[in-house]
Design a binder for this molecule. Structure first.
Ligand code: SF4
Length: 472
């Protein structure tokens, strides 16, 4: 069914219902549970998308155990590529589809938050994990980092330069939205050394934007993006989302065409997930909005984005990331999925050290009290399993659109190529991947399903290795 013919108050499949169905299918079946339906690989290879982001799980550590372990890890030097993430947990309004909204923005909150964030950056700045080993990409995410006041933005970025060993070519990204991203903020960010802006446009269609409570209309978006690009001093990248209620294929084509007319450095295309607990799911359930696009419709929209961006000679950096100029490098997004370390700061920030995932306290009051008491307020950690680096490598390589399993097998001393061969051969027959030498290259259908393919590989390899370990 075409999106334009979606009936009002139709039933909506949520992300969680699909993920549960996938988990049940994989847990109930043998090897064939990992196989794709070959009848229509683009639209219906699997029941649903299995996860939001693929990757191995871990054993949770809470409270004092988490505090103690993170404190120890921060004493250990890092090696290899390094990342640093800074979270800004405020938004002026809540977008209906969002699960990440934390706190309303107020000007006073900007000042207080920046002051505490700087304190947290300084807290363990003399420890080896923070002062040794270069940081290759810094990311200010949220929430809405562009909500911070210009002087607060400047002060935080200055502290990052002072207390972290940034590589000379470190990518420094400021994420945010166009709403209230005035010239003074753009200039403060550029003066501080931000060299990449990642802005959530989602759609240029004013009506669709309004319906999901995005603030600015099409003209305002375009003129602010043109202004930001006119400084010619940083990469400007936008996110587009496909699958919103009312976002027909014609609207999506117009979104892509509009992006192609702007002097952007990059465009990232993501599919909408309707989460059970999001206001959007409630709006659809009570008939205030029509249903969002289903999986098959989103698959067509994904394929359209590949067609349009390819036709405009944009270069593909990964399945979802495209660039028009070589100013866009996409370093944080690419390394963030890999096994490399990521220091994290701020209320609700998530990071990773030596395979341990960690998240700072998501309650602003608790995080603030922790920082005021001179603590690093970690909320939870996950201890890595024995093959975490291997599994994370498989997961992140799938993001790029192609994976070399024999090469990974050699690198980690585990024959993941043989362990997965029956499944990858079936995916080949089903039209999700092709083989080119040792490479497994995703087709457009495989690219659309790549997160599910990655999670199925991680699950399959993880189970096989656990079985081998128990038998040994
Ligand atoms: S601005 Fe971003 S983080 Fe904030 S509510 Fe909207 S989508 Fe969520």
């Amino acid at each position: 069914m075409h999106p334009s013919s979606i009936p009002k108050s139709a039933n909506q499949d949520t992300f969680e219902s699909g993920a549960r169905a996938m988990t049940e299918a994989v847990n109930a079946g043998g090897i064939s549970a990992y196989f794709a339906d070959s009848a229509d690989p683009l639209h219906a290879a699997f029941k649903a998308k299995a996860v939001i982001h693929s990757g191995p799980g871990g054993m949770p550590l809470m409270g004092e155990a988490a505090q103690k372990r993170l404190s120890e890890l921060w004493e250990e030097p890092r090696s290899g590529k390094g990342l640093a993430y800074f979270h800004v947990p405020f938004c002026e309004t809540r977008c209906l589809y969002c699960l990440f909204y934390q706190n309303p923005f107020k000007e006073d909150a900007s000042r207080e938050y920046a002051r505490r964030l700087i304190r947290e950056i300084e807290l363990w700045s003399d420890r080896a994990a923070q002062n040794s080993g270069l940081i290759h990409a810094v990311y200010f995410g949220g929430g809405t980092p562009t909500a911070l006041l210009p002087e607060d933005l400047k002060a935080v970025i200055k502290a990052v330069h002072e207390h972290l060993p940034l590589a000379n070519d470190c990518e420094i990204t400021l994420e945010g939205r166009i709403h209230h991203f005035e010239d003074a903020k753009m200039e403060a960010a550029l003066a501080g050394g931000v060299n990449r802006f990642s802005l959530g446009v989602q759609t240029f269609n004013s009506q669709v934007r309004q319906s999901v409570q995005r603030m600015d209309g099409r003209d305002a978006l375009i003129s602010r993006l043109e202004k930001l690009c006119s400084y010619d001093n940083a990469a400007v990248v936008i996110d587009l989302i496909y699958g919103f209620p009312g976002q027909t294929m014609e609207v999506w084509e117009d979104d892509l065409a509009t992006a192609m007319t702007l002097p952007l450095d990059g465009v990232d295309c993501y599919q909408l997930n309707v989460f059970e607990k999001s206001p959007l799911a409630k709006y659809i359930a009570n008939g205030k909005l029509p249903a969002a696009a289903d999986t098959a419709q989103k698959a067509d929209m994904f394929a359209k984005s590949v067609e349009v961006l390819t036709a405009h000679q944009w270069y593909r950096l990964s399945n979802n990331h495209w660039r028009q100029t070589n100013r866009e490098r996409n370093i944080y997004n690419e390394l963030g999925k890999s096994a490399c370390d990521c220091l994290a700061f701020g209320c609700g920030a998530g990071g990773r050290l030596k395979g341990y995932g960690f998240m700072m306290n998501r309650s602003l009051a608790d995080w603030s009290a922790g920082v005021d008491a001179g603590l690093k307020p970690v909320m939870v950690m996950t201890a890595p399993g024995p093959n975490w680096a291997l599994l994370r490598t498989v997961s992140s390589d799938m993001e790029s659109g192609a994976i070399n399993l024999p090469c990974i097998s050699e690198r980690f001393g585990v024959d993941v190529d043989a362990l997965t061969r029956e499944v990858t051969s079936q995916w080949e027959e089903a039209g999700l991947v092709t083989r080119t030498g040792d490479w497994l290259v995703q087709t457009v259908a495989g690219q659309f399903w790549h997160v599910t393919l990655a999670q199925l590989l991680v699950d399959l390899i993880g189970k096989a290795l656990r079985k081998e370990a128990m038998a040994a």
